[in-house]
Design a protein around this ligand. Structure first.
Ligand code: DX5
Ligand code: ZN
Length: 222
């Protein structure tokens, strides 16, 4: 299978919200590929962020695809709202979806690319039945809820395992990683088989600014 060009998706969780539009646009100008949007409900994860209104604001600030990560219980109830607000991809957690097959079909019916993700404690095998349905698999490399956490080293094995599962069914789905992505961890994640990289802190809190943060990771994406 021809290898895809890897993509970088800055996560606005680490942005300065007083200047959100400006910072999202700066990511685009600096060469980011997607904008990652972390939706949290304070139930599934111990933090609360934003909903469709902020997604709509991002939609106005950039032409890049909006990669929406739903860390919420009962995501099926909000899919239409996020699709209407401009999501390009909607990724749901295995742990929140008892009827995952149905939820992924709902996302596709809304004209949005469906993705699935799993917590560090959830084994790769939980994805087996639904892999043919997804456009993206997101492997959490920290426990979801906060930016700036320490990368969990054991995730590398899971990424390699899922890479193999995708290849064995001839899937062209993206294999995305989220949490603790930095200039130090990115090459190892790439080596394990990831091809989409979410980065919050390493882009938005880079000491030389967003452009330098994007550039530092971009140059490692080969
Ligand atoms: C964590 C979020 C991540 C977060 C990553 O729950 O899903 O997208 O923004 O932040 P960093 O890159 O700082 O670990
Ligand atoms: Zn995320």
């Amino acid at each position: 299978m021809p290898a895809k060009t890897p993509v970088l998706a800055p996560s606005i969780l680490s942005a300065d919200f007083t200047r959100l539009g400006e910072q999202v646009f700066a990511c685009e100008q600096a060469g980011a590929d997607w904008i990652h949007v972390d939706v949290m409900d304070s139930h599934f994860v111990p933090n609360l962020t934003f909903g469709p209104l902020i997604l709509q604001a991002c939609r106005r600030a950039t032409t890049l695809p909006l990669d929406v990560h739903l860390m919420i219980e009962k995501p099926e109830a909000m899919l239409e709202a996020f699709a209407g607000a401009g999501a390009s991809r909607l990724t749901v957690h295995v742990e929140t979806c008892p009827h995952l097959h149905r939820t992924l079909e709902q996302i596709r019916e809304l004209g949005v690319l469906p993705g699935v993700t799993l917590n560090p404690s959830t084994p790769a095998v939980a994805l087996k039945e639904i892999l043919p349905l997804v456009d993206l698999v997101l492997v959490m490399t920290v426990n979801p809820g906060f930016g700036g956490q320490k990368f969990i080293e054991a995730s590398l094995g899971k990424i390699a395992e899922i890479r193999q599962m995708l290849d064995s069914i001839g899937s062209t789905a993206w294999l995305e990683v989220d949490g603790g992505v930095s200039a130090e961890t990115l090459p190892r994640l790439r080596e394990a088989g990831a091809d989409a990289f979410v980065a919050g802190n390493s882009v938005f809190t880079h000491r030389n600014g967003i452009h330098a943060g994007v550039a530092a990771l971009r140059e490692l994406l080969v």
